[in-house]
Design a protein around this ligand. Structure first.
Ligand code: NAG
Length: 210
């Protein structure tokens, strides 16, 4: 009787040990933008901090979670490039804000990434029209060659041009995306998709503000 009970205790501890080991392996590691010297308030460019946080999160072998905290963070045009070592979550809980008079092809591009999740309920604010006389009309958010991914609970606002562009993407879901711009803004398209397969879109809200 005694032997049996100590045996089962041993087995129980072993099972718990294995459970916590696996749980530890599966847990995402968090990377917070403000731990990379980012300054909240919308005055200082934080693209270097974001680039560094992305690099660390992307090379983390396991699930990683890059968190944009509550608050407004100004970011110049930036490319966040994979491939990453594991699934990666980009959790924007605040506002990422573009500089006034955006220029170039795009503002934020995610490229060559498998298992990307974009979420957090925050906003991507393009701050409206491009530079006066500019021939470029930048896309607000671009997914290029992104696969098995998801964007959900994301607000895309005030793009100079297309709000969301997917190019060369496979098996990617857009869920509860809100797109909003002034009604008189120039050429603000919603979502453009090209050379992609298996793109699922649901609960999209598109509004022109007066
Ligand atoms: C998407 O799928 C197509 C067709 O299977 C394939 O040719 C292409 O390489 C895939 N794209 C990516 C980024 O994996």
């Amino acid at each position: 009787m005694e032997i049996k009970s100590s045996n089962s205790k041993f087995i129980l501890s072993l099972v718990l040990l294995i459970f916590f080991f696996i749980k530890g392996q599966c847990q995402s590691k968090f990377f917070f933008l403000d731990h990379y010297g980012a300054v909240e308030g919308g005055q200082v460019d934080n693209s270097k901090a974001l680039q560094k946080a992305w690099e660390d999160a992307c090379k983390w072998k396991g699930g990683s979670n890059l968190v944009i905290p509550k608050g407004t963070y100004l970011v110049n045009p930036i490319q966040l490039i994979g491939p990453c070592s594991g699934p990666i979550e980009f959790q924007n809980t605040g506002t990422l804000k573009a500089p006034l008079g955006l220029n170039g092809d795009f503002w934020i591009e995610f490229r060559y990434i498998d298992r990307l999740t974009l979420n957090g309920g925050g906003s991507f604010d393009g701050q409206g029209p491009p530079k006066e006389g500019s021939s470029n009309l930048p896309t607000l958010l671009r997914f290029s060659f992104v696969t098995n991914s998801k964007a959900q609970d994301v607000k895309l606002i005030n793009s100079p041009n297309t709000h969301f562009n997917l190019f060369g993407c496979n098996n990617t879901e857009l869920f509860k995306i809100t797109i909003s711009s002034p009604g008189d803004s120039h050429n603000t398209d919603g979502i453009k998709i090209g050379h992609s397969n298996g793109i699922k879109i649901s609960k999209l809200t598109y509004s022109f503000r007066r």
